[in-house]
Design a protein around this ligand. Sequence first.
Ligand SMILES: NC(=O)c1ccc[n+]([C@@H]2O[C@H](COP(=O)([O-])OP(=O)(O)OC[C@H]3O[C@@H](n4cnc5c(N)ncnc54)[C@H](OP(=O)(O)O)[C@@H]3O)[C@@H](O)[C@H]2O)c1
Length: 209
Amino acid sequence: MGYEKTKQAFNETLEKLGTDYLDLYLIHMPFGDYYGSWRALEEFYAQGKVRAIGVSNFLPDRLMDLCYSAKVKPQLNQIELHPFYQREDELEIMKELDVQPQAWAPFAEGFNGMFTNPTLVEIAKEQNCSVAQVILSWNLQRNVAVIPKSVHRERMLDNFGALKVHLTDEQVKKIALLDLKRPQMVDTLKPSEVKRLYDYVNNPVLTSL
Ligand SMILES: NC(=O)c1ccc[n+]([C@@H]2O[C@H](COP(=O)([O-])OP(=O)(O)OC[C@H]3O[C@@H](n4cnc5c(N)ncnc54)[C@H](OP(=O)(O)O)[C@@H]3O)[C@@H](O)[C@H]2O)c1
C-alpha cells in the first residue's frame, strides 16, 4: 500500500506480464495507506496504462468515502458474493454509486457443501444444467460479474454455460433463503483477520491466507 509502493508494484507487474497496459487493476484490501495507492491508480488510468481501476473487499462505508474523495471513482468492487453470503443491501449501495460488483470465490470454494446443497441441486435438475451454472447464473442475473476458478477445462466450459441459463423468479426466491448473512471466507471486520492479513504480507511463507 502507498503511492510509491503501488507505482513500483504496477511497473513490476507490467514487466512480468510483458505488456504495457492492464485491463483492470484493483486494490486488494482497504488497509494501510490505500488512499496513496488510489492516487497512483488514478494516474495509471489517466495515462492509459490501465483501462479500469477498482477495489476489493471494500465495505460500504469505505467504498462511499473513496467514491466521494477520489478524482476517479472505483469502477468495480470485488467482494465475497455467493448464495451463502448474498449482501443485497451492499449491492444496492454499489448500484447507487455506479460501482460494478464482482464476486470472488463465487462457489465459496465449495465450502459448506455448496455443490451438493439440496436447493441448488433441485434447481439444477429443473433447469437441466449443473449446480455450478445455477450458482453463476444467479449472480449474473442480479448484475454481479463472476470470476470462478477451475483447473479443469471441462469445468471452465461448464462455467461459461451459465450465460445460457435463466432462473425463474420462483427459483431466485428459493436461493434467497440460503443466505447465511455472514462471510464464509474472510471477515475484514474481525481484528484477528486484519492481523492475519498483515502477518501474511510481512511473511507470506509462514502464513496462509
Ligand atoms: N479479492 C479477493 O480477496 C479474493 C479472495 C478469494 C478469491 N479471489 C479470486 O476469486 C477467484 C475464484 O476464487 P476461488 O478459486 O477461491 O473459489 P471458487 O471459484 O469459489 O471455487 C473454486 C473451486 O470450485 C471448483 N470448481 C470450479 N468450477 C467448478 C464446476 N463447474 N463444477 C465443480 N467444481 C468447480 C474448483 O475445482 P477445480 O479447480 O479442481 O476444478 C475449485 O475447487 C480467483 O480468481 C481468486 O483469485 C479473490
